[in-house]
Each structure stands twice: as C-alpha cells, then as structure tokens.
Design a protein around this ligand. Structure first.
Ligand code: NDP
Length: 450
C-alpha cells in the first residue's frame, strides 16, 4: 500500500463522518504521488501526515438570546490548519450545514489556496451552525458578539485573521469587529472584509468574483478564445456570484443564470444586475422575486430540480461559474454541461464539483479551474487589506484591481507550468495541488519538525 493510501485510510479511521474533509484530502493527495516519487524528503519527513492534521482546532459554544428572550445555543469552530507560510487566514461561515468536517475541508483547501497566491498567509477556517437568514439585525449582532467573546482569544493581526464566507458579509464582519475592538481595546487588522471607512480595502468585496472571471479569461486565452460574447452560467446569488456576474457584464459576456437556496433563475436576455443586487443584498429575498420585474425570466424551485443534480447546469452555455457551495455540481450536471457545449469551468465556490464531476471535465479535456486556484482572489485581496492596515493607509481601487489581476495571472501561470512540469499539460487540478503543496511543504521542512 502506498504512503498516500495509508494516510487516507488513517484519516477515514481518525476523522469519521467527515466526508467533505476526506473528499478534499483525497483529491489533493492523489495528485501528489508523482511529486513524492520525485522528491523523497516529503515522505521521509512525514510532511503528508502533518499536512492533513490541523495544528489546532478550537470548538466552542455560542449562547445568545433571540428577540423573544429565548436562549439559543450554537456550535462554533476555528480550525487553524497550517501556519508555515504566515498568520492563519481564512473565512468564517455561518450556515446550518456547518459541521467539523465542513470547516476542516475548507481549512485544508485554504492552505493550498493561500500558498498559490505567493503571499505570506497560512490556512484556517471557522464558523458556526448558526443561520443568519430570517434573523433580525439585533439577533445577528448578539450572536456575533457572543461568538467573538470566545474567538478573540485566538486571533490577531500576526496570529490569525478571519474574513467572511457564506452567511458572513459586511453586517456580520461589522458586529464581529466592533466586539473584537471592545474586548481587546485594540484597533487593528484582526479581521478582513471590514467597512471602507473603518479599515477595509477597496475591491475586497468584489475580489473573489472578479478574480474567478480573470482566471477564466486566462484559461480561455490559452485555447485562443475570449470571454467577450460568450454565454455564461453562474450559480449562487451571494457575494461571489454577484461580483462574478458584474465582471462578466463589464467584459462583454452574458451571464444568464444564478441560484439560491430556494431555486434557479434563468434569464436568457442576461441577468439584470441591479435587480439581483436589490433582491439579495437589500431585501434579502428569494430569487423568485426577480420575476416581478422580468416576466421573460424563468424560475425553477428546488422541488423541481432533476433527481441527479441541479437545474442551473442544465442550460446551454460556453462557460460555467459554480459560485454557491460545495458539491453543487454532480456528475450528471457535468455531463449535461459538456453535452451543451461548455468549454470552460471556473470555480468561485470551494469544491463545488463532486469528484466524479471533476473527472468528467478532466477526461473531456475542457479548461477546468479548481476553486483553490480560481477563487483565490478573495483571500489575496484580504492579504492586501492586511498590508494596508499595517501601513495605516488605503489604496485606490485601480491599485487593488491591478494587484488582483497580477495575483490571478501568477496563480494561473504557476498551475499551468506545474502541470506541464509533471507531465499533465492542461490539468490545473494537478498543477494547483502540487504547486500549493510544494510551497507549504518546503517551508515546513525548512522550519524543522513542528
Ligand atoms: P454568500 O453567503 O454571500 O452566498 C452564498 C450563496 O449560495 C447564496 O445565494 C446562498 O443562497 C447559496 N447557497 C449557500 N448554501 C447553499 C446550499 N446549501 N444550497 C443552495 N444554495 C446555497 O457566500 P459567498 O458568496 O461568500 O460564498 C459562496 C462560495 O464561495 C462558498 O463556497 C465560499 O466558501 C466560496 N468563497 C467565498 C469567498 C469570499 O470572498 N466570500 C472567497 C473564496 C471562496 P441564499 O441566498 O438563499 O442564502
């Protein structure tokens, strides 16, 4: 049995019922065999075994009162996975589906994503099984304050710098930061995604979506194609999806879909971005409300999805951007996309495609950009926010966008060249996994046993 198989078997035993974490670990480790064969140090020094085990996992209770005065309790997590490259960095997710396995998978992916940016940031992730949806601002504030009452012990600008993720947007970061400041008495960059007039960076909220579109452009250019004039499918209707749609429109493409937890919206004339932002960012409603202003659009409720996948991937387009959540694109969805002529998939979400769907894309030889590479623009810009905070300054939007473009171009080249170096040209999954792993692993070896 190979060392990788041993490690995976041991993970199944030691981390039972953590399916998403196991899926992420399997995908990364299976790409590494060729690297481990070429450089025995990674096996000799136990790097693979150390890489899959978080440096620290913090599990805590968050007690808060709802608007009726009832006491509520949620489970919360911060998994500080790897700090070989810099302070821990990674978002916080508030969603009822959050479990230890989900946070571990996200933290594990974050190690390699952060390494690919070339910046000095380690990998972490956190969150809680709290659902902000339908909660009043007062309830969300009390939850965030209780969450930070515990979390503040473990974070700080040189230690661990959380950001947003699903369910944690500008409002939640505001409440979390206000309470951090109150508890510590320090006004410092301990969180990113902050408001623009209290330490935030221009371009941070747009960065993941914009970066994911830049990544798609690089993949398409390699095929001597461009984005302009293409029809694009986007899933999700949150921060990443909205800014993916925004950048696609700016670049002359036509995004025709989006989706949320209630269903899928399809608008062949092109998504009306202002209407979408109003519904999701201001009114916080279901996407079905879009039909009130656009009778030529169609909405498929969740109950009418195909039994083997998701309505959003059953439409025809040249480029697809999964931007909602993990495992939202199944093997049947991938086959439908390929049958309808998709040429490129760029992942805004983390691990949105199942392992079988990824295999379909790779076998078909289309351009496929895995999330850890394609969506790294968000964390890269978070690191730019840290730089601005450390220098007590704020950069202009063009400066941030230029840096973001450079980072995405650098990630693309690194993944492409690494895939080529290891004999699999075009396989950006292999390129991203090997390049990310190698940077962290080399730092771990340099720093001695830890
Ligand atoms: P948001 O909370 O802003 O939006 C998430 C969107 O996905 C919402 O439209 C939500 O629906 C939908 N969604 C979430 N969970 C489910 C589910 N289980 N089933 C169906 N729909 C669902 O999150 P983000 O846009 O920030 O994050 C989206 C993805 O991008 C995640 O995978 C995240 O990890 C990843 N990502 C985010 C980064 C960032 O900078 N924000 C950085 C890198 C990756 P509804 O509107 O109904 O709630």
């Amino acid at each position: 049995m190979s060392r990788i198989d041993e490690v995976l078997l041991n993970l199944q035993r030691s981390s039972p019922a953590q399916g998403e974490f196991y899926q992420a670990a399997e995908e990364v480790l299976e790409s590494l065999q060729i690297l481990l064969d070429a450089d025995p140090r990674y096996i000799e020094q136990g790097v693979v075994e150390r890489m899959v085990e978080p440096e620290r996992q913090i599990l805590f209770r968050v007690a808060w009162t709802d608007d009726d005065g009832r006491i509520r309790v949620n489970k919360a997590y911060r998994v500080q996975f790897n700090s070989a490259l810099g302070p821990y960095k990674g978002g916080l997710r508030f969603h009822p589906s959050v479990t230890a396995g989900v946070i571990k998978f996200l933290g594990f992916e974050q190690i390699f994503k952060n390494a690919l940016t070339g910046l000095s940031i380690g990998g972490a992730k956190g969150g809680a099984d709290f659902d902000p949806k339908g909660r009043s601002d007062g309830e969300v504030m009390r939850f965030c304050q209780s969450f930070m009452t515990e979390l503040h012990r473990y974070i700080g600008p040189a230690v661990d710098v959380p950001a947003g993720d699903i369910g944690v947007g500008a409002r939640e970061i505001g409440y979390l930061y206000g309470h951090y400041q109150r508890l510590t008495g320090r006004y410092e960059g301990a969180l990113t995604g902050k408001g623009l007039n209290w330490g935030g960076s221009l371009g941070r909220k747009e960065a993941t979506g914009y970066g994911c579109v830049y990544f798609a452009e690089h993949m398409l250019n390699e095929l001597a194609l461009g984005l302009q004039g293409t029809t694009c499918l986007v899933s999700g209707a949150g921060n990443v999806a909205i800014h993916t749609i925004e950048k696609l429109i700016q670049l002359g493409a036509t995004p025709v879909s989006c989706s949320d937890s209630t269903g899928t919206l399809y608008h062949p004339a092109g998504i009306d971005l202002d209407a979408l932002k109003k519904i999701k960012e201001v009114e916080r409603k279901s996407l079905v409300a879009y039909l009130e202003a656009h009778s030529d659009a169609e909405f498929t409720p969740l109950a009418d999805y195909p039994s083997d996948g998701h309505a959003v991937w059953r439409y025809s387009a040249e480029v697809a951007f999964p931007c909602a959540t993990q495992n939202e694109l199944t093997e049947a969805d991938a086959q439908a996309l390929l049958a309808n002529g998709v040429r490129c998939v760029s992942e805004g979400a983390n691990m949105p495609s199942t392992a079988e769907a990824v295999r379909c894309f790779l076998d078909a030889g289309i351009a496929y950009g895995p999330g850890k590479a394609a969506n790294a623009g968000g964390v890269a810009t978070s690191q730019l926010e840290m730089q601005q905070n450390a220098g007590l300054t704020q950069w202009s939007m063009p400066k941030v966008e230029d840096r973001l473009r450079d980072v995405m171009a650098g990630i693309y080249r690194l993944c492409r060249d690494t895939a080529q170096e290891f004999g699999s040209p075009g396989n950006l999954v292999l390129g991203a996994n090997i390049a990310g792993f190698r940077r962290v692993a080399d730092a771990m070896i340099d720093q001695g046993l830890r």
